[in-house]
Design a protein around this ligand. Structure first.
Ligand code: HAM
Length: 415
């Protein structure tokens, strides 16, 4: 009996993996250049971390957590996102005493959502966080880094930006919004009706066609920001303008996690269908305190790797792959022994070199050399082993050139 993979969880096979390696390589290099250091935290945390950190009333906590009792002892959870776990680690290791921290992390996240194109139950994020900086300069810097990252991978994305206020201006707005929404209950969908009681801000995020004309008229938080939030927002938009980073202010942009204050943003692409958000993030100045740490502002964002891979494919970016420079082909038993030992020696010398360990007919070995995209092939048999001379075949032009076996490492060594 075949046992299938789990619904909404994907395999990443060799033909595609080069894309992922490329995005991770660019991320490590670019984020490092911006002063971010990699951290690795567990995939499993206490479920309470997300209830408290992400928010009791979010879809993630209410419907989508892979939570389980660990042998009846503790309620644990596969992480639905990275931020809460990173904040937990920041607090646990007392790192606030060291001053601002700029971190990145990557890996799988788990949400029990209804799978569809671009939405999976296991997905991967490149996650960026900065702790200890309240100033809008870091908001601008992170957005600039995200923009540079997408540019380096050749993908065009749109930046949508909003301010979701903070503890001094949002509560009054939420009350106003809730009252306004309740008066329009009959004109809004079931989800909106449910959300207006639990989490009114999220109603603004509704995508149902029929709700749009009503929601377009909703009171705007951006017009009701306190002086501090308004100044912060102005500094962020001004900073982006100064760097020439295009953006649109989307007053209905709210995020699916409760910890955000002030800056909230998303990068979207119209090349990948309805799940168009490739990255999202924002400021979370109270989260460290909420999770038991000292008052420490924070800001971050996460890039969805599956969606980014889809955009890269949609714009026709080739999948990088490493092909062997040289493929050794054995003509007989002496040749097979020689191929094996030469291949190991060449690899130790830094040469990407391969062979068909099955041996067998020359034609089949040549076919394998072609299949793996080898640039050159070299046949070794008793004769070549004896003379130390062989013919190097260019797999594209089919041209053959004589070569001394002793010269192979120098000829192929990467420069
Ligand atoms: P998020 O908006 O929930 O934010 O997720 C960020 C990105 O992860 C999304 O823009 C999307 O590309 C990808 N993503 C989310 N859910 C799925 C899914 N089910 N399948 C495929 N891709 C998905 C966060 O997770 C925040 N922790 C980001 C953050 C970091 N905020 C501050 N720091």
């Amino acid at each position: 009996m075949k046992i299938p993979g789990v619904k909404g969880m994907n395999d990443l096979l060799p033909a595609e993996v080069g894309r992922w390696q490329e995005m991770e390589q660019v991320a490590r290099e670019l984020f490092g250049r911006y002063g971010y250091r990699e951290v690795r935290v567990p995939v499993v945390e206490h479920a309470a971390l997300y209830a408290r950190g992400v928010g009791e009333n979010t879809d993630i906590v209410q419907k989508e957590m892979y939570a389980f009792e660990d042998k009846g002892e503790e309620l644990l959870c596969l992480r639905p996102e990275a931020t809460a776990g990173l904040v937990r680690a920041f607090i646990e290791h007392g790192l606030h005493v060291e001053g601002p921290q700029k971190w990145f992390a990557l890996g799988p996240m788990f949400r029990r959502e209804r799978p569809q194109k671009g939405r999976y139950r296991q997905f991967h994020q490149l996650d960026i966080e900065a702790f200890g900086i309240a100033e809008p300069a870091i908001d601008v810097e992170q957005i600039a880094m995200a923009a540079d990252f997408f540019a380096a991978l050749g993908v065009a994305v749109q930046l949508k930006l909003n301010s979701v206020g903070d503890g001094s201006c949002r509560p009054a707005y939420l009350q106003e919004l809730q009252g306004w929404l309740r008066e329009r209950k009959g004109q809004l969908c079931v989800d909106c009706n449910d959300r207006m009681e639990r989490n009114p801000l999220r109603v603004l995020d509704c995508k149902v066609e029929g709700c749009q004309p009503v929601l377009a008229q909703a009171p705007r938080l951006l017009d009701r920001l306190c002086a501090g939030c308004a100044a912060h927002h102005a500094a962020v938009t001004g900073g982006l303008g100064a760097l020439g980073i295009p953006f649109t202010v989307d007053t209905r942009l709210v995020r699916g996690l409760d910890y955000y204050v002030r800056t909230a943003y998303e990068f979207t692409s119209d090349a990948i269908g309805s799940q168009s958000s490739v990255a999202g993030g924002g400021r979370y100045d109270k989260l460290v305190e909420t999770l038991g740490g000292p008052p420490t502002p924070g800001i971050g964002f996460a890039i969805g790797q599956e969606r980014l891979a889809m955009v890269m494919a949609a714009v026709g970016r080739p999948v990088p792959s490493r092909q062997p420079e040289l493929f050794l082909i054995s003509a007989d038993e002496a040749g097979a022994r020689e191929c094996l030992s030469r291949a190991v020696a060449l690899r130790r010398a830094g040469v990407a070199c391969d062979l068909d360990a099955r041996g067998g007919k020359l034609a089949r070995q040549f076919k394998q050399a072609e299949r793996v995209g080898a640039r050159y092939a070299l046949v070794l048999g008793e004769k070549e082993v004896g003379s130390g001379q062989a013919k190097l075949k260019d797999m594209k032009t089919r041209e053959e050139t004589p070569v001394a076996l002793a010269d192979l490492p120098d000829r192929f060594r990467p420069t």
